[in-house]
Each structure stands twice: as C-alpha cells, then as structure tokens.
Design a protein around this ligand. Sequence first.
Ligand SMILES: O=C[C@H](O)COP(=O)(O)O
Length: 321
Amino acid sequence: MPPSAAPALADVTASDAALRRFLHGLPGVDAVGLDARAAALGTRSIKTTAKAYAIDLAISMIDLTTLEGADTAGKVRSLCAKGRHPDPSDRTAPSPAAVCVYPDMVPVAREALAGSGVLVASVATAFPAGRAPLEVKLADVRAAVAAGADEIDMVIDRGAFLSGRYLKVFEEIAAVRENCARVGGGAARLKVIFENGELATYDNVRRASWLAMLAGADFIKTSTGKVAVNATPSNTLVMLEAVRDFRDATGHQIGVKPAGGIRTTKDALTYLVMVNETLGDDWLSPHWFRFGASGLLNDLLMQRQKLSSGRYSGPDYVTVD
Ligand SMILES: O=C[C@H](O)COP(=O)(O)O
C-alpha cells in the first residue's frame, strides 16, 4: 500500500476476502458508453501546429521495443542507435523514452545507450506468459535490475487473477517491486502488464488497475503485444480513468502504457487526445505516459518530415524497425 493511501483504502488488502469485496465493489464499466466515448475521442481533429507538438511528444513517449526470440545483440544495438538519433537527417527529432528488451539484452542496451538519456526497460517475470514459480520470476527481475535496467515491465499472473485469487496477484506485484531495488540505492520503475486481451471484461481491467496500483505499480500497462487483442482505445480509457480516480483517492500519480499493435501516427494522436481529455496536462509527459511499440516510431518520423518539408520521404528513409 502506498504510504499516504487514503484511510478508506487502508484495510482493503488485509485479506483475500477484503480485497475481493473492494475490487468487486468498484463501479461497473458501462461498456457501450465507454466504447462510444473512446470512438468519439478518436474523431477529434488537431491543428497543424498542435500536430507538430503532439508528434514530438508521442516520439518522446515511446518505449522502442524488440521482444523476439530471434533478437540478437546486433539488432538491439541498431535499435539503440535509432533511439539515440531517430532521424539522422534531423538532429532536432526527439529520442524515445526507452528501449525495451528481454533481460539478457539489458547489458547490450545499457552499453549502447550510455550517456544518451534514453532509458533501458526490460520485461521480466517470465514474460509474456508469466508461468514460472515466484522465485524464478524474482530472479529474472533482479538480474535485469543488476544489469542496469531503469524500468521493469512485469506481467501479472492472469491465471490467479481470473480465478479470483487477488491477494496472490497483489503479493506477487509487491514482491517484484521490492526486487526492483538497486544495490546502492534507488529502484527501477515498475510497469505492471495486465494482458487486457486475456482479462475478458472492462470490469476486470478496472479491477486489475486498482489491484496493481494498491500493490505499488509505478505504471499500469495494457498488454504484452503477444496476444490477439492488445491495447485498444477503450481498454486504455478504463485504465486512464482508474489512475485518475486513484490519484483523487490517494494523492499518488501512476503512469499508463498502452502497448501492442500501435503503429500509426493517427493511433498515437488518438491516445494523446484521450489522455488530455481524461487526465489533463499532468499526464502529458514521458514520465507518466508511454507507448509500447515496435513499429510506431517510423510512422511518426515520416509524418514529422511531411509536416516540415511538405512531402514524405518514404519508409526506407527512416531506417531500422
Ligand atoms: O510492449 C510492447 C509490445 O510488445 C510491442 O508490440 P508491437 O510489436 O505490436 O508494437
């Protein structure tokens, strides 16, 4: 429980039963209204001047990701080079927030990004399925942190969540958080991935959001990018509302990271409009909002070039993805 959590929330994690009562007592999500709201926000138009600003903001919010079994040190180095200088012809192009890799690639990314200001994020906890004993998951986290990860992206135990064992999920997140501590002080920021596509209902997404925030998540993240349904405007909107309500209740601000399947500038701008309308300026920074994406950066760079030069340079021009 965050230290200054409101007294009304102080007891909700004391037992499985209390946690279940609390999570099932949250207001139900009106799925029809939610989908309509998310769709309406997607139709907003943005002025050209605001668009240039929004594109740069979106670039700065990317966790530039490669999470493939076939990843090599060479591929990770190329991605990091792109993170340092996304547009070699225009040094004013901002860098993404982080490069996100598997734990064994953290030392490679750490070295390649040294001094760049681009963070190293690592998935951990037996990503993406999370099917391993807790000790194995915690060792995964410790190894990534020891190798220099600035951020850890963990997956929740969806089997436990879906069978109502909320306290198990809570305790696992809390244990991972403890293991994010760095020797010598400080801690990696913790992003908690729900895999919304497996949670089946928006009510479950809302419950998972509160559960993760109560357990000490710094960020809540929609998806691994490895299942059929990943981030959607609707399931992200549920999470935006949850972080808003959690801050109202506790004073703690939590970040949000939609991930998986976000590939176009139009998609990214839809999410930024949603953040702005739901949460306002306080979340419009890479510290509080991220896109987990492998292919979004190139489209944003192409749109950025189009805005400044009036023409597209084409996908080959913006290099590796
Ligand atoms: O967390 C990031 C996702 O794994 C990236 O998914 P994507 O390849 O669909 O962009």
